[in-house]
Design a protein around this ligand. Structure first.
Ligand code: 2AL
Length: 246
């Protein structure tokens, strides 16, 4: 059997978070799948605003280009805002799946409704936008914020795991949702613990996106290049972005 190479891209520059994301992806990948977890060399250390998200995208696209050069079969964008997803699809020859779209699709396969539990309150608008974009606004019962910054999720001295678990349990009660979608890649290591506590499916987009990319690659399915997702045309890029000329 041939190996499937999946590049899981954490679009922030926090290396420890990238390692955790890689572990969670490898835990669900088939034995014959090779997961390479990477993060950009430039950009924000965490993505918690529209500004962070916009400035994370060039580094993310550089990682897609590096993956193409290395022969990657597919990609996961491991940040819940799904930053740069459409642009990544224009560059990549294999499938690209964002963790928010993966998790929301999975949620609607295992129940009628879901709520998202995310980090800072300021990111809740983005989660609602993505639910609408993917056609799941009617299934999304709520988006709740724990107000823990992304990098604190990764800090073993923080009580983040307890706080997020409690918020997930409270959200199931308050929203009456059939499942919980974890709204940050930094919550991926909490998924099994939270599942045991809350009594409804808890969905980590890193795991689902990894399995979806693996499935799409094994089915021979890749992003259509017929229209919108055709490779971008040649064009001069200047200044700091001069290396992004395709
Ligand atoms: C995220 C995420 O998944 N990674 C990151 O840096 N920020 N999402 C979020 N809602 O804060």
């Amino acid at each position: 059997m041939t190996h499937i190479g999946i590049r899981v891209i954490n679009p922030n520059t926090a290396r420890a978070m990238t390692e955790n994301i890689g572990r969670c992806a490898r835990a669900v990948a088939a034995p014959s799948t090779v997961v390479t977890a990477v993060n950009p060399a430039m950009g924000p250390e965490s993505i918690e605003s529209h500004y962070d998200e916009a400035l994370a995208v060039p580094g993310l696209l550089a990682e897609i280009a590096a993956g193409e050069a290395a022969g990657a079969d597919g990609y996961v964008i491991a940040c819940f805002g799904d930053p740069g997803l459409d642009a990544a699809r224009e560059l990549a020859s294999g499938p690209v799946v964002g963790i928010a779209e993966a998790a929301m699709h999975a949620a609607t396969l295992v129940g009628r409704s879901f709520s998202v539990v995310t980090t800072l309150a300021r990111t809740t608008g983005r989660a609602w936008d993505l639910a609408a974009r993917y056609g799941f606004a009617g299934a999304c019962r709520g988006v709740r914020a724990c107000d823990i910054p992304v990098l604190e999720l990764d800090d073993p001295s923080s009580d983040a795991r307890k706080v997020v678990t409690a918020l997930c349990a409270e959200t199931v009660e308050r929203d009456g949702c059939d499942s919980i979608v974890l709204g940050c890649a930094g919550m991926a290591p909490f998924c099994a613990d939270i599942s045991r506590t809350v009594g409804v499916p808890v969905i980590d987009g890193v795991a689902v996106a990894t399995k979806l990319v693996e499935s799409l690659v094994s089915l021979g399915l890749r992003t259509s290049t017929r229209g919108e997702f055709a490779p971008p045309g040649p064009k001069r890029y200047t200044g700091l972005l001069r290396d992004f000329t395709v």
